[in-house]
Ligand binder design. Sequence first.
Ligand code: ADP
Ligand code: MG
Length: 697
Amino acid sequence: MDKISSIFGSLVFNDAVMKERLPKDIYKALKRNMEEGTNLSLEVANTVATAMKNWALEKGATHFTHWFQPMTGITAEKHDSFLTPTGDGGVIMEFSGKELIKGEPDASSFPSGGIRATFEARGYTNWDPSSFAFIKEHTLCIPTAFCSYHGEALDKKTPLLRSMEALNIQALRVLRLFGQYEVQRVVSTIGAEQEYFLINKDLFDKRKDLIYCGRTLFGAKPPKNQELDDHYFGAIKPRVSAYMEELDEELWKLGIYVKTEHNEVAPSQHELAPVFTTSNIATDQNQMTMELMKKVASNHGLVCLLHEKPFAGINGSGKHVNWSLSTSTGENLLKPGKNPGSNLRFLLFLCAVIKAVDEYQDLLRISVASAGNDHRLGGNEAPPAIISMFIGEDLEALLNAIERGEDYTENQDRTMNMGISVLSQFKRDTTDRNRTSPFAFTGNKFEFRMPGSGASIACPSYMLNVTVAESLRQFADILEQSKDMEASLKTLIKHTVAKHKRIIFNGNNYAEEWIAMAESRGLLNLKSTVDALPLFTSEKNLRLLKQHGIFTEVEVRARQEILLREYCNVLNIEALTMTDMANRSILPAVSAYIKTLSDTALGKKELGLEEKACELEKEWITNLSSISQSLYRAVHELDNALIEVNALEDLFATAEYYSKIVLPVMREIRIAADTLETMTASDSWPFPAYGELLFSV
Ligand code: ADP
Ligand code: MG
């Protein structure tokens, strides 16, 4: 057996293991649950628990944990041992169905947005049988959802599971109208391409900004950046290859099939792409991937940066969420087929996404909003904060023809003349992607490019699921009343295109003109997290989220609060790190360097050189002093701003203050400090410069 197949999935309680170890009827019940969302009895749970435990013990596990995804964005676990005393001084290894199904971690230190304070501090974890259990360092990890005593979601998985259910219900209604009774379930599928930076750990350790904030707060532009485009798909360096090789193996063991790994545009930036799976499993796998990326890096003397914008002036890192819909019979509902013009089902699902993205631009923007991603959206490579869709010229022409009521199915020649439809042409267009679009149709799926590299993909996933579920619900409501399906479908598609085509933009999203054009189309441009988050609780959004059972109003408000708080906390930490670095490292270093320069001048005088010979040092010192003074003052201003912002009570006002007052002062500080860096001898600068960080691996 080759290496991959011998280790692939070896640490996962996956389908093959279940099939081998569970009695037939139990296996079938579990599969039905995974595929159709049916309930599981305690009897099934008990049998599964025993099989899981025996399997885990054979793999060397001693503990189990309910693995969950609290609102911190990372995963949490509380380990319990399988060991149970027998009363006669011995032990047996036990694990019951009850322990598998439900856990009660001490939840008080996880963010809850005020939900727990009003009820009880207790939180529960509930087994999610639709994702696979796995082993991590002697611990059997059971994927679970985390909720409060009263069932409110306190995590990222619960709304995702709820949204998958909502999408399934509405998609099935639509498929029934096409006579597809054989389909039992429709799921959203995701492949999350992950970008990241790798830098040397010894350099990382010398920078407080990287240690505390995950990104650089200072750093002058190096002489060379990414302008030569020589890193993209360039040869991978041996150390990086060794890292990728080990990471691949660790991921394969967890059943995560990583397909391509290549260099990205920026120096030291790379990308990893797994093969897609259901959005729930993809989300779990992406969390494990991020954890392993960091862990494996430390084995190679490297640090993996997952921040959305670790370096100013250089491409940020995103996580492209490739999203599609798949039926239990194995069909991709966004696959256009040979002749998309006559594929009414494809056109209807395409329209459902177009309508969803247009009507819920705000929720999609919110789903990727964070202090870190604010630096990236609208930046050099990443999509701007305006949401629009790329569908390619052929599809756009096709939709336009539909809107005009032109014949697009019978007359194949005509459609060809219009540049529409035949497969070869269609493919060429869709694969020749518009890299600037935040939401691109790429042949048989959409690629949402706004999510940040460090964040969980749960939120963009459930927002896509629920907004598309709502389009499908409205479509099904109309079509179920229809007497002439084909005619109604065509009318519906036509109306949807007419109403929502403003969201389609195949041009360059980075062009200045687009901003004005988008505004004239009435599209939203929510530049920052603080602009976006208030819309979470708009009437329209609350209605949508409630109607499909994703969130109660209490849950939405809690989430909004958590996100705002996180935004404020991140900025507070960054601001404090900045003042610390400026006051305790940069200013003293510049002072010391001024001393060196003045010593040089004095030395020249001692040698009897003329005043003129010291002009260089004088001018240098004058400039350094004046810029240091600006820096010193700006730091003082930041200190005062922090005192003021900490006195504010209202959370929205606090976040607004950070965005409108604190951030601009931080920018000022950075400009002064970066200028000082370019004027100070490199061996006198207190921490590694951009050039070293980016080009030394
Ligand atoms: P490329 O972008 O190089 O053409 P692919 O299009 O095959 O490569 O895949 C890019 C990413 O999209 C991969 O992570 C892949 O698994 C994912 N992907 C492919 N098909 C789907 C799908 N139907 N649903 C969700 N993700 C998909
Ligand atoms: Mg991509």
